[in-house]
Structures are given as structure tokens and as C-alpha cells.
Design a protein around this ligand. Structure first.
Ligand code: CAO
Length: 482
């Protein structure tokens, strides 16, 4: 080895040893941090409960709701929160109450189904919110509760003196949640009911048949749909409050709620700029598209073409129909089922894109088969073959469906003045927060209980409140509500 070479290899060995030392040093560092890494990550949560599922209270136990809602949208929201365990105190006008108590009445003198089916699991207190003594009680309730939920006409809460500023000052932790018809903009002052929202949210213009007028749907996407959105907002605000300690306003406009549910139609509006909507039957029928999303009848909303088809008995039974989806992966099974095995290989039918202009003929052929079977027979046969179909169920069939009773989706409850009635239980099922559906309260049923036990009024104060007229109805209102 030359001197030069020897020097080079020495230097190499030196740098290798140095590198080893660095690795050693580096590898020592994590060892020093080891004890910290062992610490369980708790995120500040308590230890997992060892109680059996469903016996550790309810999801919203301890949450107090000041429920200023009426009609459908707001009550849908607060009923869901009550199903989840929140204590919902519904404030109603003395002698009158929520207007729906008397609307669409089927049993004389009893609260209507409209009311009872939207106000289960709540407590009712009557307070005249415009009476000075009534305002005093409300102030106490505001301090006591976590969330105020309301769906009055725009400005009504402010006119009661319950502005956001006032409430926030009284209880900075209070969440104030509102349903309004429209968000800020040209229509924000408007009063809105279900069908107005369906129309303004883009649902009606895209529902119905092309050749007919716009249609509203039976599902109450404007009211109940917005109530659901509001409930989501409230739970999020409650969660955020855990970090910030302060409440906030939660606003859900019915127009926004409907649009959110109709978002696939806004998707189609944008697709229109790039050509016809090939899954709409009007494409197959050669009818040109305009510049807005048309009504699509019963065409499937997704990429899998579908239609409502007649079943055995359709001539006399208005609900003897099935929704049939020609899902691509099961096309061959469909061909065999309807006696068209040749369509499996025919280039006009074999591939989804080739079928699009022929959907009318295809569904007419499938219908020839479905008309030979009842909707439940079609269901049985198709499900075994993994073909997605859905029977058109009447409300009678749903009310009598044993599996829905078993899961608590349809529940029978007893009521002191109207007797037994059916209601829709909690559509959200959770093993550790099991919903027990309770009947709706009578008007003011819990007024005394809330004043004395919740707000702590003394017997003398209660007597003063009673004689003030703040919780009792003037004779005229009583007579009108009867
Ligand atoms: N004590 C005293 N007054 C009370 C009261 C109480 N406990 N509870 C309500 N009131 C008063 C309100 O203060 C209001 O009075 P002012 O008009 O003088 O301010 C009055 O009752 C009527 O309230 P409202 O305007 O909300 O009710 P309405 O029947 O005229 O309108 C509706 C109903 C639904 C159109 C309207 O509330 C609204 O647009 N709400 C928002 C959108 C919504 O939720 N729509 C869904 C309805 S369900 O289809």
C-alpha cells in the first residue's frame, strides 16, 4: 500500500466510526423518550366505561334544551335531541300552545297526531313570553339551559326582546339555534312552509314528469330535513363549546337544507354544459335538453338506470309497483330472469352505454315479467340474484311491518287523551344510547314541575307567578284553542 492509499483508508475508517457514533447517538434519543411514549393517549376522555352497552346513560344526557319551536321543522330537531337523551323543555303560549296541537285533529279534544308525533320525550311549560313575569321566567331558563332552539318567523324572537346580544350576555355558553326559510339575502324576511322550501331549494323543479308541472315530494325534506340539519349543527356547536367555552348562533335555512338534499341535481346542472344527461330517459327518447335540469320522472338518480314498474295487481292496487335497477354487474342475471338471454351478448344490449338509448324498450320488457309477480315475489326472486329492487310500500304496509316495530322505528305509545298512536322512533340506532320513545306532553303538563324543581321558585313566588297571568291563558285564548 502506498502512503497516499494508507492515508485514504485511515480517513475512511475514521469517518465510518464517526458515522457509527452518530447512529448510536441518534438511536439513544428515542430510548430517552421511551417512558413518555408508553403513556396512553387519553385526549382528556374518561376511562372506557365497564357498564354493559346501553346502561351508561344516553348520548345527550345532561344537555338542556330551551325549546321554542313550533309546527314541524323545529320540533323535528328537538324531538331527535330528546330521543338522544337531552332534557327538552318546550315553551308554549298559555292556552294555545303549538298551533299543531289543534291542526288536522282526528280525535275531538285531543292533541293531533301532527303534534304528538313531533313532540315525544319533551316537557311542556306554558309561558307568555311577552308578559314581564314571563320574561323573568325565560331569563332563568336561559341561564339554566345549554341550547335555545327556535323556528319563529324572522324577527319574532327579537320582538320578544330575546336578541342574540341579550341572550349571549345572560348566558355566554348558550347556543341559539334557528330554522329560517331563507338565509341572508333578498328573501330572508319571508315566512316559509315546507312546500315553499321544496320549491325554492331546487327539489320541485327537478321532481315529477317532464311533460307535467313541478311536484313536491311526500317526504318533508323542507321541514324535517332542515330539522335534521339543525340537530347536526347543535351537536357540533356543543362539541366546539367544550373547547371554547362559549355558545354560538346556529342557523339553518330551509332553502339550504333542501338544496343540500338535492345536490345531485346541481351536479347534473353542471354536467349539462358538457352534453346531454345520458341516464335520463329523455336522452333515449331523442328529446333535446334545455339549459336547466329537467324533471326525470322515476329515472334513477345515479349512474345505474332504474324505473318504477307495474307488478301483479296494479290494476286495482295503487301501490302494486316495484323499483327495478338494471345494475351493470347483474345485467346477465336480469337477462336470464326476463327470458332475454340473447341480450347478454348482443352488442346493442351487452354494455351499459349501448343500453342507454334503449332503456324504454328494456324496462318495458322487464315490466312484462314483473307484471306476472307480486312486488314481494319480485323482491324475493331478485334479492337472491343480487338485483337491487324495492317494493313501493304503502303507509299501511309500513305501519303494519313487524320488522320496523321490532327495531323501534315504528313505535306505539299510549296517550292520556287520545289513546294509543303510532309514531316514528329514532331512525338513528346506537347500542350505548338506546332510545325509549315517550308520549308527547299535554299543554303545560310540566309547568309547575319546571318552575319549582328546575328553576327553584318558592311556593310564594309560584303563587305570584300564577296570579300574574304569565303562565295561564286569558279566557279568550282558551276558548279559541278549544
Ligand atoms: N308567548 C307569547 N307570544 C308567543 C309565544 C309565547 N310563548 N310563542 C310565540 N309567540 C308569538 C310570537 O312572538 C309571534 O308574535 P309577533 O309576530 O308579534 O312577533 C307570534 O307568536 C307568531 O309567531 P310566528 O310568526 O313564528 O308564527 P306564524 O304562525 O305567523 O308563522 C311560520 C309560522 C312557520 C310561517 C313562521 O314561524 C316561520 O316562517 N318560521 C321559520 C320557518 C319555519 O320553521 N317554517 C317551518 C314551518 S313547518 O311547515
Amino acid at each position: 500500500m502506498t502512503n497516499k492509499k494508507a492515508k485514504k483508508s485511515k480517513a475512511k475508517a475514521k469517518s465510518k466510526a464517526a458515522a457509527k457514533r452518530v447512529v448510536k447517538l441518534k438511536s439513544k434519543k428515542p430510548a430517552a423518550r421511551k417512558p413518555a411514549a408508553k403513556k396512553p393517549v387519553s385526549n382528556g376522555l374518561p376511562r372506557p366505561s365497564s357498564k354493559p352497552w346501553g346502561q351508561a346513560g344516553k348520548a345527550l344526557d345532561g344537555v338542556r334544551i330551551l325549546d321554542f319551536t313550533h309546527v314541524q321543522s323545529g320540533p323535528t330537531c328537538t324531538q331527535l335531541l330528546a330521543y338522544m337523551g337531552a332534557d327538552v323543555i318546550k315553551v308554549e303560549r298559555p292556552g294555545v300552545g303549538d298551533i299543531t296541537r289543534g291542526q288536522l285533529r282526528d280525535v275531538k279534544g285531543a292533541d293531533s297526531l301532527y303534534f304528538t308525533m313531533l313532540n315525544g320525550n319533551k316537557r311542556s311549560i306554558t309561558i307568555d313570553s311577552k308578559h314581564p313575569k314571563g320574561r323573568e321566567i325565560l331569563d332563568r331558563l336561559i341561564k339554566y339551559c345549554d341550547v335555545l332552539v327556535e323556528n319563529f318567523a324572522p324577527g319574532a324572537l327579537d320582538r320578544m326582546g330575546l336578541t342574540w346580544e341579550y341572550i349571549h350576555k345572560l348566558n355566554p355558553r348558550m347556543i341559539v339555534a334557528s330554522v329560517k326559510g331563507f338565509g341572508p339575502g333578498p328573501y330572508e324576511e319571508c315566512k316559509v312552509y315546507e312546500n315553499v322550501a321544496q320549491c325554492a331549494g331546487g327539489s320541485a323543479s327537478t321532481t315529477g314528469f317532464r311533460e307535467g308541472p313541478p311536484l313536491v315530494t311526500g317526504a318533508q325534506i323542507g321541514d324535517s330535513g332542515t330539522g335534521l340539519h339543525l340537530a347536526f349543527g347543535i351537536v357540533c356547536a356543543l362539541h366546539q363549546r367544550l373547547r371554547t367555552g362559549r355558545g354560538q348562533k346556529v342557523l339553518t335555512a330551509m332553502q339550504d337544507g333542501v338544496l343540500n338534499l338535492a345536490r345531485v341535481k346541481l351536479r347534473d346542472q353542471q354536467r349539462l354544459a358538457h352534453g346531454p344527461l345520458t341516464e335520463y330517459s329523455q336522452y333515449g327518447e331523442g328529446i333535446p335538453f334545455g339549459d336547466a335540469v329537467p324533471r326525470a320522472g322515476n329515472d334513477s338518480g345515479g349512474g345505474q338506470p332504474g324505473r318504477i314498474l307495474k307488478c301483479k295487481g296494479w290494476e286495482t292496487d295503487p301501490d302494486a309497483y316495484i323499483y327495478f335497477i338494471t345494475q351493470a354487474p347483474v345485467w346477465e342475471a336480469i337477462c336470464d330472469l326476463i327470458g332475454k338471454p340473447e341480450w347478454k351478448t348482443d352488442p346493442d344490449y351487452a354494455k351499459p352505454f349501448a343500453r342507454l338509448p334503449r332503456l324504454k324498450q328494456i324496462f318495458t320488457t322487464i315490466e312484462q315479467w314483473t307484471m306476472t309477480k307480486t312486488k314481494f315475489e319480485v323482491m324475493d326472486i331478485c334479492n337472491k340474484l343480487d338485483i337491487p329492487v324495492g317494493p313501493i310500500l304503502s303507509m299501511k304496509e309500513i305501519a303494519e311491518e313487524p320488522s320496523l316495530r321490532k327495531t323501534g322505528t315504528v313505535v306505539e305509545v299510549d296517550h292520556p287523551t287520545r289513546g294509543k298512536y303510532l309514531t316514528v322512533g329514532n331512525p338513528v340506532k346506537m347500542p350505548d344510547s338506546v332510545t325509549e320513545v315517550k308520549r308527547s306532553p299535554l299543554l303545560g303538563e310540566h309547568t309547575v314541575e319546571i318552575l319549582s324543581k328546575v328553576l327553584g321558585y318558592s311556593a310564594a313566588e309560584m303563587a305570584a307567578i300564577k296570579s300574574s297571568g304569565a303562565i295561564t291563558a286569558p279566557e279568550k285564548a282558551k276558548a279559541e284553542a278549544a
